[in-house]
Design a protein around this ligand. Structure first.
Ligand SMILES: *Cc1c(COP(=O)(O)O)cnc(C)c1O
Length: 225
């Protein structure tokens, strides 16, 4: 199957999940996840209309993003775990950091950023111990701290769904993130518009639970090598 065919299938499935949940597909952003994907394939995805791209490792992004500078309106998000010693590169390469999960990381981003940088707070909604992300009961504390920092703009929340994918467990994790967002919005009396949840194997459940940002790798590029 080629990329056009995969993207067609993906868009049809997104549309179907949107119809099922009475939502408009236009309100759902797709981050094309390019980890391990070569620049020529990323250019191909760009030519098919993708503008938002997600990398999960700073080192790989440092190699790849400069090779794609000619894609002037491409936007890069960091979606993978960030170590504090890599923050100085990350704030230059990325327009959004989706994987913020500690006070220490927030402090370092705030210190290194030359201007206000949009972030998402990553939440561990599945309780799987190997997963990154703050615990649901710690989100309020992290958000409160983030709102006190000059160079941090909290735009919303991100989660990685449970693995293996299971309808009940996946939907429970995604609805938990939606509920956390609602609770935090009423606590701080402001909006946090982005809910980044759903990958190739679970995006339909994420849409049903209110996601407005999907992170799709294999569903666009095929299996990673
Ligand atoms: C790899 C990755 C994705 C995309 O995974 P696919 O299953 O290829 O769609 C999404 N989010 C994060 C954080 C990832 O690391």
């Amino acid at each position: 199957m080629n990329m056009e065919e995969r993207v067609k299938i993906l868009k049809d499935k997104i549309k179907e999940a949107c119809e099922k949940s009475h939502r408009n597909a236009d309100e759902i952003a797709i981050v094309a996840v390019t980890k391990t994907i070569s620049p020529d394939k990323i250019e191909k995805a760009y030519s098919l209309g993708f503008r938002l791209f997600g990398e999960n490792r700073v080192q790989e992004a440092r190699d790849k993003i400069p090779q794609l500078e000619h894609l002037e309106d491409a936007i890069w998000h960091l979606i993978g775990h960030l170590q504090t010693n890599k923050v100085k590169y990350a704030v230059k390469l990325f327009s959004m950091i989706q994987s913020v999960d500690s006070v220490k990381l927030l402090e370092e981003i705030n210190k290194r950023a030359e201007k206000r940088i949009p972030v998402l707070i990553e939440v561990n909604t599945s309780g799987e111990p190997q997963k990154h992300g703050v615990n649901p009961w710690d989100v309020s504390r992290i958000v409160e701290f983030a709102l006190s920092l000059e160079n941090i703009e909290v735009m919303g929340f991100m989660t990685v769904g449970p693995y293996p994918v299971d309808e009940l467990k996946s939907r429970r994790a995604f609805s938990l993130l939606r509920e956390i967002r609602e609770k935090i919005e009423s606590e701080f009396e402001r909006r946090f518009p982005i809910l980044s949840m759903g990958m190739t194997e679970d995006f339909e459940y994420a849409i049903l639970e209110g996601s407005n940002m999907l992170r799709i790798g294999r569903g666009i590029f095929g299996e990673r090598e």
